[in-house]
Structures are given as C-alpha cells and as structure tokens.
Design a protein around this ligand. Structure first.
Ligand SMILES: Nc1ncnc2c1ncn2[C@@H]1O[C@H](COP(=O)(O)OP(=O)(O)O)[C@@H](O)[C@H]1O
Ligand code: SF4
Ligand SMILES: [Mg+2]
Length: 348
C-alpha cells in the first residue's frame, strides 16, 4: 500500500472532506423483534422484546479502500453486512451507494442493478456453494441471472476467466465443490461474487473457517483483486491480525455501535478507546504496544438488557458515574472518531 493510502482512507470518515465516499452509512440500525409468541406474551403479561443488533452506525468507505469491522461475537457485524447487501431493510437510517439511496434501490426497480454492483462473500464456503452443482454452474449463475452472457461458449469463456482470476484453472469448471480444499472453495465463492463485476464486496469473516496458512493466500488474492479492479471492501473479522493485513480503516464495534473508527495505522499504533485497547492487548505481539499481553477481560453484556450509559462500563477500568448514566456519542477527535467520555475528557 502506498504511503498516501491511509490518509486517503481517513478522508472518507472526515466530515470536512468534500468528495463523497462510494459507500456512506448514516445512522444505520436494525432491531429484531425477539418476543415470545403473541399468546404466551398475553398470558404471561410480558411486553414485546426488542434486540438492537445494530444501533446507529455511521461510516464511509472510499472507492478502492477497505474498511474492516471488528468486535466480539454478537456485536452486530454480520447484521451490518446483511443490511449493506439488502438482505435486511434497516429499522432506521440507511446507506448511500455512489450517490444513490441503496435501500430505496433494493426495494424498487433499481434492485437488480444494485445487486449487481454489491456482492457478498460469506464465512463458510461449504455452506454457500451448492454441493450438487458443477463449478461452471456455480460461477456462471450470476452471469445468467443478470443476463450478462447469451451463449454457451461465452459463458464457458467468462467462467474460465473468473476462475483464472482467483488462481484456479478453467479445467476446474467441470468439478464439484467437494473436490476442492477449503481455501479453493472460498476462491470459487470469490470468483462467483466477481461474476457481475461488482464495485463493492461485503466480506463477512471470509477466511475465518480456513487454516492459518490458507488464510494468507486467500487474503492476498483478495488484495490483488482489489488493486486490479479498484474494488471497495467492507471486511468483517474478529481476528485483528487479519484486519491489520487487509484494512485501510478499522471500525471497532461493541454491542451494536461503533466505539472507535480510525485509520489502520493510528488504531494499531495508538488505540484510544478502552475496548480497542483491551482487544489489542489480548493479541500476541504483532505490534509492540509496550503493554503486557492480557486476555480479554469480562463478558459482553446481554444485548436484550444492555447496561445504561456506556455499554462497555461494566468491563472498563476507567468507568465513572457519568459513564454509567450517559451514553457517549461517536465524535471526531484528533483525526479519529471515538465514543468515550474518558477520552473526550482527557482522562485517558
Ligand atoms: N435474525 C435475527 N433474529 C434475532 N436476533 C438476531 C438475528 N440476527 C442476529 N441477531 C442478534 O443480533 C446480535 C448481533 O448479531 P450478529 O450481527 O450476527 O453479530 P456478529 O456477526 O458480530 O457476531 C446478536 O445478539 C444476535 O443474537
Ligand atoms: S465511556 Fe466510560 S465506560 Fe465507556 S469506554 Fe469510555 S471510560 Fe470506559
Ligand atoms: Mg457474524
């Protein structure tokens, strides 16, 4: 990555920046109704139960850049991914893609065009590839669906090219998913996602199911493809070493909200939020922060009953009375965005 890359990436989340990013989420929120069935609720006199899986998330991603989202299981990463590809409508807020209201597009006549431009890669290539289909059909399906090829020869040619672009051979077309290793299967998923020539790829833990040695290969292919095709990525991972490898910017999520959003270098070199620090302190010495390695402390609270004030306060060494009463908002501070009273007050 060039020396200018992080600064350009940071601009997407700088309110003073005039050039609009390719992807801009505004107050994006998703609430699930997890109430007991109606009759039980009435008989047991229980109210409706709402789970705020994603609760007002704002970020921008410039074209050709990668924003990584990190956070412990259950913090809402996959829900953000599903919102961005139109699998869920947002409960509140939304996102703009290349100047267009994406959710309006997903629900209207622009749905097909939007789905062509935004694709998703899932964690589990075993589950996301139909085991009874040949690779030619798996990779070729989006080409058919979007009417991008008309005859058989062109289809075979295009599928062969797509397989080549992820380091597989055109001869692999006639094979079935079970004939490939995990890493190769994920490459097939990537080839399929690329079939419609998307601009934005939402990658939900794309290498988490793979062995460490294979992860690096797949990540490098994804980085090469990004460079060649100016792809924009939202890259979800709970693994900070992976995030360090792939991202330009990093958003740290906690219980449905962003708590810190910064340039990769800044986040790893000088993490500000106490939760970001806790996550970084727990990883092996990838980066010498000068602090001893400490396992992640405490547990994520029940999302159905989040603590008042800052949701991180029960685990935070800097929590005070204000933290237990008032929820900190994500604010710009010294080139990053952060939601923490102690940082804003200069206490940490
Ligand atoms: N379809 C759903 N219905 C009800 N609750 C859900 C649904 N999807 C996710 N959740 C809940 O929303 C929260 C965020 O989940 P998720 O986005 O999958 O987090 P992550 O990907 O960070 O692990 C979790 O508490 C999860 O149990
Ligand atoms: S707002 Fe308070 S409790 Fe929350 S992270 Fe900052 S110091 Fe800790
Ligand atoms: Mg997930």
């Amino acid at each position: 990555m060039s020396a200018a890359a992080p600064a350009a990436g940071a601009a997407a989340n700088d309110p003073g920046n005039a050039a609009p990013p390719l992807v801009q989420a505004h107050d994006l929120a998703k609430t699930f109704d997890v109430s007991a069935p109606w009759l039980n609720r009435v008989l047991e006199r229980r109210p409706r139960t709402l789970l705020h899986a994603v609760d007002g998330v704002d970020f921008g991603i410039e074209r050709g850049k990668t924003l990584a989202l990190v956070g412990e299981s259950g913090c809402g990463k996959s829900t953000v991914a599903r919102l961005l590809v139109g699998l869920y409508p947002p409960t509140r807020g939304g996102f703009v893609f290349d100047g267009e209201d994406a959710h309006a597009a997903f629900q209207g006549r622009g749905a097909r065009a939007m789905r062509r431009r935004i694709q998703m890669i899932f964690q589990d290539p075993y589950a996301s590839l139909n085991p009874r289909w040949q690779v030619a059909d798996i990779v070729g399906e989006p080409l058919h669906e979007h009417g991008l090829v008309t005859d058989k020869a062109a289809l075979a040619q295009r599928v062969g090219e797509l397989l080549g672009s992820v380091g597989l051979s055109p001869q692999d077309m006639a094979k079935y998913p079970h004939q490939f290793s995990g890493g190769q299967r994920q490459r097939i998923s990537i080839a399929r996602a690329l079939a419609t020539e998307p601009e934005f790829l939402v990658c939900d833990e794309p290498t988490s199911a793979l062995d460490v040695s294979v992860q690096a290969q797949v990540l490098n292919i994804m980085k090469d493809l990004q460079r060649q095709r100016q792809l924009t990525y939202l890259f979800i991972s709970h693994n900070l070493a992976v995030v360090h490898h792939v991202s330009d910017q990093v958003g740290v999520m906690y219980l449905g909200r962003l708590v810190e959003l910064a340039d990769k270098r800044q986040l790893f070199d000088a993490p500000r939020h106490p939760y970001t620090r806790m996550l970084l302190d727990a990883i092996p010495k990838m980066h010498d922060t000068g602090r001893p390695r400490t396992p992640v402390q405490g547990e994520v609270p029940n999302p159905l009953n989040p603590p008042p004030g800052c949701a991180f306060n029960p685990r935070c060494p800097h929590a005070n009375a204000r933290c237990r009463a008032e929820r900190p908002q994500l604010q710009s501070l010294g080139g990053i965005r952060i939601a923490c009273h102690a940082v804003q007050e200069g206490r940490v």
